[in-house]
Design a protein around this ligand. Structure first.
Ligand SMILES: [Zn+2]
Length: 302
């Protein structure tokens, strides 16, 4: 496939699954191939709604003026989107591509490094680890308790926004549960258009909108966000960044994970379950973070 030069109105849509309408349990977001806490039928339904929400955001982005859309499947194996369920009118199909498969250089925001990307949309996102009343709140995996950048607690939206900011791309839209949306707006700015598709009750429950209504809201919100981002004179949304070099601190659920991480060059033990490092920029911050998340993957049953 030849890569066409990108129009400077390309929009990247990063789609996670925990924040999709109708999802409130790990059972619904766990691909059956790994066994464990799964229900094949519930997962299949949830990945269809995930695909439909991605589609709704893509249509909104195109209506808002995007020339091209790149959808990045960003949950777990990153092979959740159902290609044949990307239900778009024929004249839009040639303007929408999608990234599928894991182990990607930029993970959840693969594509923001491409030339001509004007905005990043976050769909199906969830609140950061430790957030009460937020369905499936976590950061990256099940064992990171907290991530602090420059002393500020952050989660997946913040980490991805920093990485996108490194490439000059602002986050302009977020959908997910109401707590996640409020958290993102508090962190990245109130001008980020937010669409809550459910109201969080607890870690494993929510009051959901009708899924079709949720998709209409996502489409309208994405359109508004992209229109604003492409408005002549520049984006209303600021690039997300921090003061560099930045101190980054990770807190784990178990000291054994910090034991592993402190053996890595440049990583300092700063508490019983905490390690820290200094990042020169968001790319370095992100890649070291990903590496530590792997290093910390130790068996805790001896
Ligand atoms: Zn996910």
């Amino acid at each position: 496939m030849t890569q066409e030069p990108q129009d400077p109105r390309t929009v990247v849509i990063s789609v996670d699954m925990e924040g999709v309408c109708g999802v409130s349990s790990w059972v619904q977001v766990s691909p059956p191939e790994f066994g464990g806490l799964v229900s094949g039928s519930e997962y299949e339904r949830a990945r269809l709604r995930m695909t439909q929400e991605a589609c709704a955001a893509a249509m909104g982005a195109l209506e808002g003026g995007a020339a091209n859309v790149l959808i990045a499947d960003s949950h777990d194996t990153m092979r959740n989107l159902i290609p044949e369920a990307l239900d778009l009118p024929e004249h839009w199909q040639e303007r929408v591509r999608f990234v599928s498969g894991g182990d990607r250089p930029l993970s959840m925001v693969q594509g923001v490094q491409e030339e001509g990307v004007a905005a990043l949309l976050l769909v199906g996102y969830h609140a950061r680890a430790g957030t009460p009343g937020a369905p499936l709140a976590h950061t990256w995996n099940g064992f990171i308790r907290d991530v602090r950048v420059g002393g500020q607690s952050t989660g997946e939206p913040g980490l991805n926004a920093l990485l996108a900011g490194h490439y000059g791309v602002p986050v302009v839209f977020v959908s997910g549960d109401d707590v996640a949306v409020a958290q993102v707006q508090a962190e990245l700015g109130e001008e980020v258009v937010g669409v809550a598709v459910k109201q969080g009750l607890s870690m494993f429950s929510a009051v959901h909108l009708h899924p079709e209504h949720a998709r209409r809201l996502i489409r309208a919100g994405a359109k508004e966000a992209v229109q604003r981002a492409l408005r002549p004179g520049g984006s209303a949304v600021q690039l997300y960044t921090t003061a560099w070099p930045a101190s980054v601190q990770l807190a784990f659920d178990h000291q054994a994970r910090a034991d592993q991480c402190e053996r890595v060059a440049g990583i300092t033990r700063v508490g019983p379950v905490e390690v820290a490092y200094t990042a020169q920029n968001a790319f370095e911050l992100f890649q070291t973070f990903r590496m530590l998340a792997k290093v910390a993957e130790v068996r805790l049953n001896g």
